[in-house]
Design a binder for this molecule. Structure first.
Ligand SMILES: *[C@@H]1O[C@H](CO)[C@@H](O)[C@H](O)[C@H]1NC(C)=O
Ligand SMILES: *[C@@H]1O[C@H](CO)[C@@H](O)[C@H](O)[C@H]1NC(C)=O
Ligand SMILES: *[C@@H]1O[C@H](CO)[C@@H](O)[C@H](O)[C@H]1NC(C)=O
Ligand SMILES: *[C@@H]1O[C@H](CO)[C@@H](O)[C@H](O)[C@H]1NC(C)=O
Ligand SMILES: *[C@@H]1O[C@H](CO)[C@@H](O)[C@H](O)[C@H]1NC(C)=O
Ligand SMILES: *[C@@H]1O[C@H](CO)[C@@H](O)[C@H](O)[C@H]1NC(C)=O
Ligand SMILES: *[C@@H]1O[C@H](CO)[C@@H](O)[C@H](O)[C@H]1NC(C)=O
Length: 414
C-alpha cells in the first residue's frame, strides 16, 4: 500500500482546513511568577536556607546520591558556585561517610564530621542548623544504617561561622534505620523548661520508622510522637504521575522489587503562632496537623493523647517540604501539577501559589525575611531510587523564588 505524494498533500490540506478552531489546553502556568536564583551543576541538592542578610545555604544528602562525596553542606557563593560550609574539613569524614569495617557497612560514627545532611534551616535568631541523618548510600544505591554519633543536630553561628552546639541523638530516638529529614524551630522561652526553645523533626525513613521527633535545644533531650501511625506513613498502593510518568519506587535499590509508595513524614511546618504543627508524608496527598501542646509532653499517656488530637486537612497534592509565612499560610508542593500550593487554615482551602513547567519536584521550601519563598527543584523521581533504576536527571538543578502575598515574611517564634 502506498500513497502518491499528491494525494498525501490533499489529505494534509483537508486535515488542516477542517480543524481551525483553537482547542482548549492546560495553560501550564498559574499563580505568581517564579525567578531563577541559583543553578546547581555539581552535586545533587535538596535543602535551602536563606539568612536575614541574604546568605544562602544548601545540603546534598549522601543517601540520595552516592556521588555527593566532596561536600554535604555548602554556602551558595555566587549564582552558580557553591563552597563547602562551615568548612571543607567537616564535610570530609576521614575514611569517608561509610564504615566498611562493620557487617553490614554502616554510617561512620563521627560526632565532629558531617555524614549525610538532609536539611539546613535558619532559626528565628538567624542561626544555621544542620540536620545530619548519619546515613549515606553505597555506589549501588544501598543506604547504610547509621551509627551513634552520625545522627545529630549542629548549630552554626553565622557571624563567625563556628559551631556553637552539637546534639547527638540517642539510638532509641533516632533509630539506625531512621531518616531525620527536616526541622522547624520554636525558640520562645516559655515552650521548654530549659528556656532555649525546641525543634520538631520528621523521620521520613523508607524502612518505615516514621514519626515526629521533638528536641529540647537547651538540654538536648529528645523523644518521639505519632511513631508508626498512619498519619506519618506513606499510603499502600500510592502511585504518583509526574511529568507524564508513573512513578514506582525501588526501595531496596536497583535490584527491586518495584513498589508503590515512597517516603513517610517529610514536610513539616509550624503555624505562625506556634500552636499547631503541620506535616505530610511524601507517599500521600493529605495534610495533617497536631497541636504542639500534645507533642511537648512525654509521659505515660502523652502518645495516646497526641494520636487522638491529629487533624486531617484533606488533600493538597504530593509535597516534599512544607513552609509557613506570616500570613499564616502553609505552603507545599503539588508535585504532580508542577506547582507550589498554599493551605489557608482560616478558610480550609488549598490554592495555587505558583505553577510552572520548570518546577520538577519542589523539594525544600524556605521563607526568608526578604518576603520571598525560596524552593529547590531537583527531579527526585528521576533518580535511580525509582523505576526503571536508571539516572534520568538532567542538570542543572534549580533554586527558584517567588514573592509572598500580602507582604508575607518569615515567622519568628523567639
Ligand atoms: C545573582 O543574580 C541576581 C540577579 O541577576 C543578582 O541580583 C545577584 O546579585 C546575583 N548574586 C550573586 C551572589 O552573584
Ligand atoms: C567503624 O566500626 C568499627 C567497628 O565497630 C569501630 O570500632 C570504628 O570506631 C568505626 N569507625 C567509624 C569511623 O565509624
Ligand atoms: C550493594 O553493595 C554492597 C557492598 O558491596 C553489598 O553488600 C550489597 O549486597 C549490595 N546491594 C545490592 C542490592 O546489590
Ligand atoms: C555569634 O558570634 C558573634 C561573634 O562572636 C556573637 O557576637 C554573637 O552573639 C553570636 N550569636 C549568637 C546567636 O550566638
Ligand atoms: C564565635 O562566637 C562564639 C559565640 O560568641 C564564641 O563562643 C566563639 O569563640 C567565636 N569563635 C571564633 C573563632 O571567633
Ligand atoms: C481562601 O483564602 C485564600 C487566601 O486568602 C483565598 O485566595 C481563597 O480565595 C479563599 N477561598 C475561599 C473559597 O474562600
Ligand atoms: C505591603 O506593604 C506596602 C508598603 O509598606 C503597603 O503599602 C501595602 O499596603 C502592604 N500590602 C499589604 C497587602 O499589606
Amino acid at each position: 500500500m502506498y500513497f502518491k505524494s499528491s494525494s498525501l498533500a490533499l489529505v494534509a490540506s483537508i486535515a488542516g482546513s477542517a480543524f481551525t478552531q483553537q482547542i482548549a489546553q492546560d495553560p501550564g502556568k498559574g499563580g505568581v511568577p517564579i525567578e531563577v536564583v541559583h543553578l546547581y551543576n555539581d552535586e545533587y541538592p535538596q535543602g535551602i536556607a536563606v539568612s536575614s542578610t541574604g546568605r544562602k545555604f544548601s545540603n546534598y544528602a549522601r543517601s540520595l546520591d552516592p556521588n555527593n562525596i566532596a561536600y554535604t553542606v555548602t554556602e551558595l557563593t555566587s549564582n552558580n558556585t557553591e563552597t563547602p560550609y562551615p568548612s571543607a574539613e567537616i564535610n570530609s569524614p576521614p575514611g569517608g561517610a561509610i564504615n566498611m569495617s562493620t557487617t553490614p557497612a554502616t554510617g561512620a560514627n563521627y560526632e565532629n564530621y558531617l555524614i549525610g545532611v538532609q536539611s539546613v534551616v535558619i532559626d528565628p535568631l538567624d542561626r544555621l542548623w544542620i540536620l545530619d541523618t548519619g546515613r549515606a548510600a553505597m555506589q549501588n544505591g544501598t543506604n547504610v544504617p547509621s551509627s551513634v554519633g552520625g545522627p545529630k543536630l549542629i548549630g552554626v553561628n553565622l557571624t563567625n561561622n563556628t559551631i556553637f552546639k552539637t546534639i547527638v541523638f540517642p539510638p532509641n530516638v533516632v533509630y539506625s534505620d531512621s531518616y531525620i529529614n527536616d526541622i522547624r524551630f520554636d525558640l520562645r522561652p516559655s515552650v521548654t523548661a530549659s528556656g532555649q526553645g525546641l525543634g520538631y523533626i520528621t523521620d521520613s525513613s523508607q524502612e518505615g520508622r516514621n514519626g515526629i521527633i521533638i528536641v529540647d535545644l537547651g538540654t538536648g533531650e529528645s523523644w518521639r510522637h505519632l511513631d508508626g501511625t498512619a498519619y506519618v506513613r506513606p499510603e499502600t498502593g500510592f502511585l504518583p504521575v509526574i511529568w507524564g510518568e508513573t512513578v514506582y519506587s525501588l526501595p531496596n535499590s536497583v535490584k527491586g522489587p518495584i513498589s508503590q509508595g515512597t517516603f513517610g513524614s517529610d514536610g513539616i511546618a509550624l503555624s505562625a503562632d506556634g500552636a499547631t504543627l503541620y506535616f505530610s508524608a511524601v507517599g500521600t496527598r493529605y495534610l495533617y496537623s497536631v497541636p504542639t501542646a500534645r507533642l511537648l509532653v512525654n509521659d505515660a499517656t502523652s502518645e495516646l493523647l497526641a494520636q487522638q488530637s491529629v487533624n486531617s486537612h484533606g488533600q493538597k497534592g504530593i509535597s516534599d517540604g512544607l513552609e509557613t509565612d506570616s500570613n499564616g499560610f502553609i505552603y507545599g508542593g503539588d508535585i504532580e501539577a508542577n506547582s507550589i500550593i498554599f493551605f489557608n487554615p482560616a478558610n480550609g482551602t488549598v490554592n495555587i501559589f505558583a505553577r510552572d513547567p520548570r518546577i520538577g519536584w519542589a523539594d525544600t521550601l524556605s521563607v526568608a525575611t526578604d518576603g520571598y519563598l525560596y524552593f529547590t527543584a531537583n527531579q527526585l523521581w528521576r533518580t535511580p531510587m525509582f523505576y526503571p533504576g536508571t539516572d534520568r536527571r538532567v542538570k542543572p538543578y534549580v533554586l527558584f523564588r517567588a514573592q509572598l502575598p500580602g507582604n508575607g515574611t518569615k515567622v519568628k517564634l523567639s
